[in-house]
Each structure stands twice: as C-alpha cells, then as structure tokens.
Design a binder for this molecule. Structure first.
Ligand SMILES: [Zn+2]
Length: 114
C-alpha cells in the first residue's frame, strides 16, 4: 500500500506550503505521476482525503496528470511506450535491453490555496 506513504508526503508538503503563505485552505493539488510508479489513483485519492481530514487541506481536489512510460532501446535505438505497462520490452524489436527514459515523475505541479 505505497499510496499511503505518497499521500502522506503530498499532504505534508502542501500543509507546509500553506503555512508558509498563510493560506487558510488548500483547494486543489495538481500532480504529475509517472506510470513507472504504478500508483492506483483511487487509492491515492482515498489516502489523501483521510490524511487531509481536519487540516487546511480537508476537501482538497486532486488533479492527477499521468506521465506515460517511455523506454529507449539499446538494440534498435528507438524510443517508445512499452506495449504493456511495467513490462520493459522494446515495442519495436522486443529487445529487453531498454532504458527507462520517462514515466518516473512524482511531482506536485501546483497547489491552489485560498
Ligand atoms: Zn528495439
């Protein structure tokens, strides 16, 4: 259940930001999450809601943007998205000599406060 730890990190960060800016309420959080992190969005939202309860972030809206997985193939040199999630095989030549070049993001893009 690694969504809990991620949700905790998000809430801690946004509450610290809100305090710094003397914001009373956190309205929404925009997140960029790479497919590599294998995060279940619903579980993340549930954990954020739970952790936000009774804080300035209570009722916060999560806007989750997905970053697709990208691999670069050492055999054919092409870059693309694997055919299957979390199966790191070149979509062009089926080589397993691939390097992950995208999809690892786990960022808070913006926070909307009041
Ligand atoms: Zn290839």
């Amino acid at each position: 259940m690694h969504e809990y730890g991620i949700a905790k990190g998000i809430i801690d960060t946004v509450l610290a930001e809100a305090e710094k800016h003397e914001a009373k309420k956190i309205k929404s959080i925009e997140l960029l999450i790479g497919e590599f992190n294998n995060i279940v969005a619903d579980a993340l939202v549930l954990n954020v809601e739970m952790l936000a309860h009774g804080t300035a972030a209570q009722g916060v809206k999560l806007d989750i943007k997905r970053q697709p997985l990208r691999v670069k193939c050492a055999a054919c040199g092409k870059q693309g998205e694997p055919k299957e999630a979390l199966v790191f095989v070149c979509p062009f030549c089926d080589s397993m000599a691939v390097e992950i070049t995208g999809g690892k993001a786990l960022n808070i893009v913006s926070i909307e406060v009041e």
